[in-house]
Design a protein around this ligand. Structure first.
Ligand SMILES: O=C(CO)[C@H](O)[C@H](O)COP(=O)(O)O
Length: 227
């Protein structure tokens, strides 16, 4: 089985009847949503909250009941992918452009399960450009302020050539290539202090579990600092 799918299916086994479940975004989360849909069709009773319009549409197609924050008191378990995971389970997210909703959903969750294939494991974050959601107004200046933190900051564009990428929240994404992030906590604070930044893709201390799919077909739930 494909490593991303294997990791996703292992994580979905943690879901029980009655839970409120956060649905991630991306190609790994896709497999989790598919598997949750299958279990719902087999009789699992859950309610779900999605981290993107894309994941919400997929979930609805599969018959997964979607609720809003006004209908819940919290989220029991969220399953989401990542772009990079370091030794302390600090995570970079937002490659799929959904970092803001992903962070809101993760912060409302009792447990965040990160599902990745082995290519996402890194001793240190930074190889993957850090996505930062920024408002449209003054974005040229915000990009300069981000660059002043020591990165190359690039406005994300649609691959179709249709101009700047727009998030579900109507904002832009700056992809910030730092190369190496030595102190994710400090960088997180520095970035979020810049006016015009909505949030960045560093998820510090939020992951409760990391489930990894390997090329040899195995799946492992990591212990902290075991990468
Ligand atoms: O943060 C995300 C979307 O905003 C994704 O979880 C992240 O980009 C990983 O994606 P994939 O599972 O497709 O590799």
């Amino acid at each position: 089985m494909e490593p991303k799918r294997a990791a996703a299916e292992k994580a979905v086994a943690y879901i029980h009847d009655g839970m409120v479940v956060g649905l991630g975004t991306g190609t790994t989360a896709y497999w989790a949503i598919q598997q949750i849909g299958k279990r719902v069709q087999e009789g699992l009773h859950i309610r779900a909250i999605a981290t993107s319009s894309h994941s919400e549409s997929l979930a609805r197609e599969l018959g997964i009941p979607i609720v809003s924050f006004s209908e819940i008191d919290g989220i029991d378990l969220t399953i989401d992918g990542a772009d990079e995971v370091d030794l302390a389970w600090n995570v970079t997210k937002g490659g799929g452009g959904a970092l803001l909703r992903e962070k809101i959903v993760a912060s409302a969750s009792k447990r965040l399960v990160i599902i990745v294939d082995e290519s996402k494991l890194a001793p240190q974050l930074g190889r993957f450009p850090l996505p930062v959601e920024i408002v449209k107004f003054g974005h040229e200046w915000t990009l300069k302020r981000l660059a002043s933190l020591g990165c190359q900051a690039t406005l994300r564009t649609f691959s179709s050539g249709d101009g700047p990428y727009i998030t579900d929240n109507g904002n832009y994404i700056a992809d910030c290539a730092f190369g190496r992030i030595t102190n994710p906590q400090i960088l997180h604070e520095q970035i979020n202090q810049i006016p015009g930044v909505v949030d960045n893709g560093l998820f510090i201390g939020m992951a409760g579990s990391v489930v990894v799919g390997y090329r040899d077909g195995s799946v492992r739930e990591l212990e902290k600092e075991s990468l």
